[in-house]
Design a protein around this ligand. Structure first.
Ligand SMILES: NC(=O)c1ccc[n+]([C@@H]2O[C@H](COP(=O)([O-])OP(=O)(O)OC[C@H]3O[C@@H](n4cnc5c(N)ncnc54)[C@H](OP(=O)(O)O)[C@@H]3O)[C@@H](O)[C@H]2O)c1
Length: 234
């Protein structure tokens, strides 16, 4: 018997064993837009404490009042400061500038980037190629003191915002460098009825996930749908 034989390997952790995130405060930068409002509404409806961020405090307040469910509104910087998890839901155009300005407020926070860098022309939507590889990698480069993850790219803001829709029938691909952080984001996705967070790799593979939205937009246009995605056999 070698010395290696006697070393007992710890049993692999069940990947569906996720932490309790119900007590964490979730901020949404750009939370006055369709995607931000939709996510804020779903999470708040599931019992999460949510703060909507905006470049203007009063716009955030108005949106928060409209959403109800205890949602609060604040300027983006205050939203980031007061939140444990911060979802980035601003347009790709304003992504870099917004994050650069919030580096200090986002320090130590779990950042969830859902930004899809897309262009649109006569042929429809197409994926842009950010210099850093993806929006999520740009966020990681700009926020060295934050824990950057990527998720919630493939959701329909229309379905998220529709109070008549009880369940959001989709998986959410979650990417990041630290398993503890992606577990938290998976657990957050799972707070929303019908939704499941699935680990989908490190940030260097975020570009494909962000780009896939161009394909989903084509699906939605052809079939007049609000398509989601399911990863099978997991
Ligand atoms: N819509 C969807 O179905 C969907 C689905 C998945 C992912 N996403 C991603 O989520 C992000 C937001 O999408 P959206 O449709 O909600 O966009 P949006 O409505 O155009 O923008 C969201 C909010 O961002 C703020 N904003 C606008 N321009 C900005 C700038 N230059 N710098 C900083 N903030 C700015 C605005 O809030 P204030 O004026 O109040 O600051 C706006 O209400 C996008 O990156 C998109 O790729 C969208």
């Amino acid at each position: 018997m070698t010395s290696n034989d006697s070393v007992q390997k710890a049993p692999a952790k069940d990947p569906w064993e996720l932490p309790d995130v119900s007590g964490l405060v979730v901020g949404v930068l750009g939370g006055t837009g369709d995607q931000g409002r939709g996510l804020a509404y779903r999470l708040a409806r599931a019992g999460q404490k949510v703060i909507i961020g905006s470049r203007a405090a009063e716009r955030a307040q108005t949106a928060a009042d409209e959403l109800g469910h205890g949602v609060e509104g604040a300027e983006n910087a205050e939203c980031a400061r007061r939140s444990d998890i911060v979802i980035v839901a601003v347009p790709w155009d304003g992504h870099g500038k917004t994050l650069e300005a919030l580096r200090e407020e986002l320090s130590g926070k779990l950042v969830v980037d859902c930004v899809n860098p897309l262009g649109f022309d006569k042929k429809g939507a197409y994926a842009l190629k950010p210099e850093e590889g993806s929006a999520a990698e740009q966020a990681a480069a700009l926020l060295p003191d934050s824990r950057v993850t990527a998720a919630f790219h493939h959701l329909s803001a229309v379905l998220l915002q529709d109070p008549a829709v009880e369940e959001i029938d989709t998986d959410v691909m979650v990417l990041g460098e630290a398993r503890a952080d992606t577990d938290i984001v998976q657990a957050l996705a799972a707070r929303i009825p019908g939704m499941r967070g699935v680990f989908a790799g490190r940030l260097r593979n975020a570009h494909q996930v962000e780009s896939l939205v161009a394909n989903l937009i084509s699906v939605n246009r052809r079939y007049k749908a609000h398509a989601g995605l399911r990863v099978t056999d997991v």
